[in-house]
Design a protein around this ligand. Structure first.
Ligand code: GAP
Length: 445
């Protein structure tokens, strides 16, 4: 029997395809495992999430600068950072079902012959000894494919920030404490990708590195934990579905002194959404030693030179998008029919409002088209005149659109139209100027 968790995920995956949020990559060729493409609504939602993050982490602050570093970096970066030696997961193979599993997550894995069992409980497995598998993708730079041409696809965006620490500090004239924020693609050759866009081999990260005097690391660590927690509240996530997970010594990454994950309760269980790490002076010290460049900060007040500590906030953009969709998904029984609502916050909803003429006559379509043209200059809006108005509402509810604006007979008399709220179902009458002010207020990030 199918578990309700997989049923929920199946419904979401199918909604994402139907409404143009997420498609399987290269689908006409049978798809490429763990790779996904964002459709019209998905691309818009992803862009809105990134803007929401960028705005909170850079535009509204004086102490954080933005950066957009290259994906391909000097290979020495990854030797120095410890990723070549240590960015590994333990892997085992099953000689019977030919499955390949993470040795440290066997209790969550599924035997390929008996998917309802784990590889350890299926009763027929023959597992090999665990061996370490490096997660970095490699490629070659230039036409010669030999060892000297190997470059890595970055597995985190953070290193691009560390190697630019001096460039950003000097060009922006920032003083400690200050941060550098970046959004960009990262690649990991995960042994077991899965759960839709939760764990993939190509994904986007939204990372910020905050450089602080070593003695202040714990204060800033707490500060960033609070900031990142409240960001999810503003994003509209159900806060009772979030919790903290503290990394114990055996879980800490090779660079971290302390780490807390923000976890979300997905249909498939509690899992990491974002990590907040105290990376100490690990990265800058190693880059300073390997590059022979002085990456120390000179403190004008104390006349001291020191290597800053780094507090990192590292969120997955695709994972945040999945969290938004899972959290927003709602089913309501209406007159014996199951209706789907995607209750995405107006701040990040891909389409902010839909404009309908009640009927396709009496000048209503022309009036509604003019309203649409007006609103389009400021908001992502959608015009729809096809089918019964009830069906049009239902389509927009399922697509995650928070407001529907209907032009009716009264509009032609007093220039007011109804604005219907997806979540409260309240309808209010407004003029077009009032609609603009209303949407501006409700969708402001
Ligand atoms: N720079 C630190 C770092 O990369 P991480 O905990 O390995 O830390 C940070 O990753 C975030 O990136 C995770 O919390 C998750 O949201 C996202 N992430 C990591 N691996 C991912 C994957 N394979 N697929 C999708 N998102 C991933």
């Amino acid at each position: 029997m199918m578990s309700s968790a997989s049923e929920t995920m199946e419904k979401l995956v199918s909604l994402c395809k139907r409404r143009g949020y997420v498609f399987q990559s290269s689908e006409i060729y049978g798809g490429l495992i763990s790779c996904w493409d964002y459709g019209p609504l998905g691309a818009e939602l992803k862009r809105n999430i990134k803007t929401f993050w960028w705005d909170a982490m850079t535009n509204r602050r004086d102490d954080i600068e933005g950066l957009d570093a290259a994906i391909l970096m000097h290979p020495q970066v990854w030797h120095t950072s410890g990723h070549v030696a240590e960015f590994t997961d333990p892997m085992v193979d099953c000689k019977v079902c030919k499955g390949r599993f993470r040795a440290d997550q066997l209790e969550h894995a599924h035997c390929l012959n008996k998917p309802s069992k784990t590889p350890e409980t299926c009763g027929q497995s023959e597992l090999t000894e665990a061996k370490n598998f490096n997660l970095m993708f490699k490629t070659f730079m230039g036409p010669i494919e030999d060892d000297s041409a190997v470059v890595f696809m970055r597995p985190e965006t953070a290193q691009g920030i560390y190697v630019n620490f001096l460039n950003v500090k000097n060009s922006s004239r920032q003083k400690l404490p200050f941060g550098i924020a970046q959004i960009g693609k990262a690649f990991r050759n995960e042994i077991t990708p899965g759960n839709f866009i939760f764990r993939t081999r190509e994904f986007e990260q939204m990372e910020m590195q905050y450089f602080v005097p070593p003695a202040e690391d714990e204060t800033w660590f707490e500060y960033w934990r609070e900031q990142r927690w409240s960001w999810y509240e503003r994003l509209g996530i159900t806060m009772t579905k979030l919790r903290w997970h503290e990394h114990k010594d055996d879980e800490l990454a090779h660079y971290a002194k302390a780490a807390f994950d923000i976890e979300y309760e997905y249909p498939f269980g509690w899992q990491e959404l974002e990590g907040i790490h105290n990376r100490t002076d690990f990265d800058l010290s190693r880059h300073m030693e390997a590059s022979k460049k002085d990456l120390r900060h000179f403190d004008e007040a104390t006349k001291e030179k020191f290597i800053p500590y780094i507090i990192e906030t590292s969120a997955g953009c695709d994972r945040t998008l999945l969290t938004v969709l899972v959290d927003a998904y709602d089913e309501v029984e209406v007159k014996g029919e199951t209706r789907v609502f995607l209750r995405i916050s107006p701040r990040i909803a891909p389409i902010k409002a839909a404009i309908f003429p009640l009927v396709k006559k009496d000048g209503m379509p022309e009036y509604a088209q003019n309203v649409y043209a007006d609103l389009k200059k400021r908001f992502k809006v959608f015009y729809d005149e096809s089918g019964a108005v009830g069906r049009r509402y239902a389509r927009m509810d399922e697509a995650g659109c928070p407001f529907c604006i209907t032009v009716d007979g009264q509009t032609l008399e007093d220039n007011t139209m109804t604005v219907r709220d997806r979540d409260t179902m309240e309808q209010s009458r407004m003029t077009v100027d009032e609609v603009v002010a209303f949407l501006a207020e409700r969708t402001a990030v």
